[in-house]
Design a binder for this molecule. Structure first.
Ligand code: HSE
Length: 406
């Protein structure tokens, strides 16, 4: 029998309790031993809950109980989650977490500490909910030199962009509706400004490239400026606008960015719509791998947590985890990378303006929308910084998007 403790009994913590209860027999079979939650740490009491008798309010009860071998941290936030996790490891308890904020901020340090003490710190549920992306990078793809990670890592923004495209609604209209339906938080800023996707990208990139990619170093742009007009142009071009989180390694350099991008129908993430997440990983031998699924929700996320717990139970006091060097990488500037861009300019598409766009931007494909006194075009591949040099001083630029071709 392996006893565990759950820190935080909210959406995910209570889901972990439910998965352990409902799937107890198969969890036991796969772990080779029964797994039971002995304690639940929370500020609240949960009268009438099946786990009511296990609730404690003092972390020391858990730390001082040698029977507890694994601690599940579902508290969220940085503090006191960091201090609690650190103390659990110091008390020789392996830790499983769903807390992306904590993993993004302290993952390298906590992994290093766990390794040196023959413990584990696992965080499958911190990215993509129930999608097994961390395990894919850490085990199935270990023969690969990973070259790029491109993801739709935020379900809320994918849902908003999908409805804007399908129903012709504005960003504000869909956001309001999504909040009413409970898909978007009352304060949606972490999602819509790209910070949530940025944290998840920092975790995936750190594992994929065996360095520490700090979330603070990633340039994040959200979806708040995506207009219905931009979406109409994308549709006219046969493309879609997605909030992409992308990192690449080129030689010794690592590039990372979160921002709205256009993708064509051949792009593997084009059909990842609604609340789904999609993660495209490129290895030098295997080529492209695509993982798709629901990136949030109590039971999908709790399922990933319990899978980590089963793994821990099978490897008590033997470190099994993969690479993530606790060494902050200096990110190269994404603007040094070349790609095609979509650019929208105010004013009618006259012959003179067409020729100017062809001359200045190497425009290859033009598009107009009836009733709008403006036009858009797709450029030849150009470095981001070179495009900015061309557009920054112009007053007629309405918007511009990278076109992702990975
Ligand atoms: N707010 C996140 C999303 C939840 O919309 O994807 C999962 O991290």
């Amino acid at each position: 029998m392996v006893k565990i403790a759950i820190l935080g009994y909210g959406t995910i913590g209570s889901g972990v309790g439910q998965v352990l209860r409902e799937n107890a027999a198969l969890v036991e079979k796969r772990a080779g031993t029964p797994i039971e939650a002995k304690y639940i740490l929370d500020l609240r009491d949960f009268l009438g809950d099946p786990e009511e008798s296990k609730v404690v309010h003092d972390i020391d009860v858990i730390l001082d109980d040698p029977e507890v071998r694994i601690v599940v941290e579902c508290m969220g936030g940085l503090h006191p989650a960091y201090e609690y996790v650190r103390r659990c490891l110091e008390h020789r308890k392996s830790v499983v977490t769903s807390n992306k904020e904590l993993v993004a901020a302290y993952g390298g340090e906590l992994l290093d500490f766990a390794h040196r003490n023959e413990l584990n710190y696992q965080f499958e549920a911190s990215v993509g909910g129930g999608i097994p992306v961390i395990r894919a990078i850490n085990s199935a793809l270990t023969a690969e030199n990973l070259e790029a990670v491109t993801g739709i890592l935020n379900g809320t923004t994918n849902y908003i962009l999908t409805r804007m495209k399908n129903e012709g609604l504005s960003y504000e209209e869909v956001l309001k509706d999504a909040q009413a339906l409970g898909y978007a938080e009352r304060d949606p800023s972490a999602d819509v400004l790209g910070h949530d996707a940025g944290r998840k990208l920092s975790i995936l990139s750190s594992l994929a490239f065996d360095v520490t990619v700090k979330y603070e170093d990633i340039r994040c742009e959200g979806i708040t400026k995506v207009s219905q007009e931009d979406i109409r142009y994308a549709t006219e071009l046969g493309m879609a606008i997605k909030l992409l989180a992308k990192s690449r390694r080129v030689g010794q350099e690592v590039f990372a960015r979160v921002g709205p991008s256009m993708v064509g129908p051949d792009h593997l993430l084009y059909n990842v719509t609604d609340v789904f997440n999609g993660i495209l990983i490129r290895g030098n031998m295997v080529g492209d791998i695509l993982l798709v699924g629901k990136g949030a929700g109590s039971l999908p996320t709790a399922s990933a947590v319990v899978a980590d717990v089963i793994d821990e139970a099978k490897h008590l006091h033997r470190s099994v985890w993969g690479d993530w060097k606790d060494e902050r990488v200096h990110l190269a500037d994404f603007e040094d990378l070349s790609c095609r861009f979509f650019v929208r300019l105010a004013g009618d598409l006259t012959q003179a303006r067409r020729e100017e766009a062809e001359e200045v931007f190497k425009a290859e494909r033009f598009v107009t929308i009836p009733g709008l006194e403006e036009f858009g075009f797709v450029t030849a591949p150009i470095r981001g910084r070179d495009l900015h040099a061309l557009i920054d001083s112009r007053k007629d630029v309405l918007s511009r998007y990278r076109i992702d071709e990975a």
